[in-house]
Design a protein around this ligand. Sequence first.
Ligand code: SF4
Length: 389
Amino acid sequence: MSIAPTAELATAAVFARWIAPRPSLVVMQPDTFCNMDCAAYCYLPQRKRRNRMPVAVAQAVAASLTSLGPDEFGQRQIVEVCWHGGEPLAVGVEAMTELLAPFEPLRAAGLIHHSVQTNATLINDDWCDLFQHYSFSVGVSIDGPADLNARRTDRAGRPAHDRIMGGIGRLRQRGIEFSVIAVVGTDGIGRAEDLLDFLAGLGATQIGFNIEEFEGSNAGDQPRPAEARGFWTAAIAWSTAHPGVRIRELDRLGGYLGTIRAGERAVWEAHSFDPLPTIAFNGDVILLSPELAGIRDEHYGDFVAGNVLEQDLGSIVARAWQLPYVTEFIDGLAACRATCGFFDFCRGATAGNRYFENGTFASTETNYCRVSRQELVNALIDTTRKEEP
Ligand code: SF4
């Protein structure tokens, strides 16, 4: 790519203003395969294929994180290494142990922390041993009680609810804390209290809700903004009655309000967007959104910013401003700031949703941001107005 030096500087400077130079989260794809087949809404195009990550890729990522060094304030923030999929547990305990080994010096130095997002069906005592040995944060994907969780199915199309509950039971028996993430579709959007009662009853440390999105292979029906507003209003009321239960989205909104109230708006505004590198099984690095991994597009190509077997992660992120989808996304963030009344809280929602819904990263509003950001704020406004004397 040839580009005039002054233009290059300008673009790199704009990139640096919006995107953090160091990732705080690295998503690892140990395999593209998933043992389940939630065909009704899964976004992963390669979930039926076995593509195992070689240990050399894990070694290259660990070496990259080692070489990142401190930031401009001399600090080294802890990087979360999130094992995602496919279904990450489908690689087996032995292969996962081999992939974790290169990270051990970083973990021992307190520089990284492992997490995993799993469908829980494969959790057994061996996996519990591994989670405890490597101090994993465990996140379980479950959409609610059996009727709302019915779209999580195995390859024969049978609901996997009992197997998911079995995995959660094993975590509980072993005293391993876990959070849950529930996809809320059109069937669950009117049942916030049922969902929260059920998910809180599992004993999760935090409940997160992903209002169903239009993403990757998922082109089904999604809840509408008015329905989402009702959902969040009910969730806020439920949370008020159950103050000990953490709900991820309300935590984020509370964090924003707390920061503003403390007069620290500048701290909130200083947050830049995490480059969010996803390391595909073969070492390819996809930035901004894990949902872009494995996708090909006529205009954008394969979204690959580089490969960790050829370049270190820091260099790949530093040159990312040259990628059209990254610069378009920065344009989208700037447009959000210029036009959206919710930007102060939102700071610009995900790249994947802009692309999958609008076909461009430079766009602003999506159904995702309406249902997950805007209507969350509107629900809080509705609630506080109702409580005004
Ligand atoms: S709510 Fe949507 S349009 Fe507004 S800042 Fe967030 S992503 Fe942009």
